[in-house]
Design a protein around this ligand. Structure first.
Ligand SMILES: CC(C)(COP(=O)(O)OP(=O)(O)OC[C@H]1O[C@@H](n2cnc3c(N)ncnc32)[C@H](O)[C@@H]1OP(=O)(O)O)[C@@H](O)C(=O)NCCC(=O)NCCS
Length: 262
């Protein structure tokens, strides 16, 4: 598996500080909101876990696994403290380093919405992850950020029926994950500069039904620098949705984008 993503529920945030490198701990103390600081630390700890798991037992990683407290605490704190994550102001995209400043994964992506945090890593090309609690989006917001994509999804009948809020939240996480994955390479600074033009709807139907077959799906994006094909996986958990997107190797994606949106 070239990409993996984990979600973690923050239950004991203070114990996670000891998994921060010194420079991360110093940076975290500049975050005045306690909840924001917990999210910031939590997402980084999950990213470090994802990396250490990917080198320790790659067969057990995949896109979207729930990380338990127990699994997290099985990793020695010292191994996590030896890694650190930096997010350059210029690009926004986080980078995972070891103490000799060797970049450890091709790409890393973080997302948080208290009490959940998520992280994805990819060994070959840019990954994006996003989590979001099911939200009532205003029409103005949808027209502004999801205009191109929402039509087919909102028009389509699902069995069992899916609420408008759920459909838009799932789509929003997908689009945010796409933005995180391609903003650096495509030079876009705004979500409206990218459009999902094809999407294998089976990936969303699976998420709406709350199942997780392990399959991954395909989508295609239009970006300022051209069309991009990605694999994706969306999940539905505790009234939230989470999406991860990553570069799909030719012939490796579990599906082809079938639903023409635009
Ligand atoms: C940057 C953005 C993707 C963050 O998403 P979010 O849903 O607000 O927050 P999340 O918790 O999901 O993600 C935050 C993480 O995204 C990452 N991130 C920020 N900018 C990023 C970028 N340009 N590329 C990739 N990842 C980025 C960071 O790691 C951050 O976590 P950290 O602060 O702990 O380091 C989002 O604000 C966005 O879409 N910006 C684009 C501009 C735009 O169109 N904004 C309108 C949105 S209403």
């Amino acid at each position: 598996m070239s990409a993996s993503a984990f979600i973690f529920k923050l239950t004991s945030p203070y114990t996670l500080t000891s998994r921060m490198a010194t420079q991360e701990e110093e940076r975290s103390l500049q975050i005045s909101s306690l909840q924001r600081r917990q999210e910031w630390i939590g997402a980084r700890v999950v990213a470090k876990f994802a990396y250490l798991r990917s080198i320790g037992s790659p067969a057990t990683t995949g896109v979207w696994s729930v990380l338990s407290d127990q699994a997290l605490h099985e990793v020695p704190e010292s191994r996590m403290r030896a890694l650190w994550i930096e997010r350059p102001q210029t690009t926004g995209t986080p980078i995972l380093w070891d103490s000799s400043r060797k970049q450890l994964v091709s790409s890393l992506s973080l997302s948080h919405q208290y009490p959940y945090v998520a992280a994805g890593i990819s060994c070959c090309g840019a990954i994006g992850v996003d989590i979001q609690e099911t939200t009532a989006f205003s029409d103005d917001f949808v027209n502004h950020f999801l205009q191109a994509e929402s039509g087919l999804l909102l028009a389509k009948a699902f069995e069992p029926p899916v609420s408008r809020h759920a459909k838009l939240t799932a789509l929003w996480t997908l689009k945010e994950a796409c933005f995180k994955a391609v903003s650096l390479s495509s030079g876009c600074t705004n979500l409206r500069q990218i459009t999902i033009v094809e999407l294998d709807m089976k990936g969303l139907i699976e998420a709406f039904s709350g199942s997780n077959s392990g399959a991954t799906y395909a989508l295609r994006l239009r970006t300022p620098s051209g069309l991009v094909s990605l694999g994706f996986k969306t999940i539905n958990f505790d009234r939230h949705f989470g999406s991860a997107v990553w570069p799909s190797a030719p012939g490796k994606a579990a599906s082809r984008p079938t639903s023409q949106l635009i």
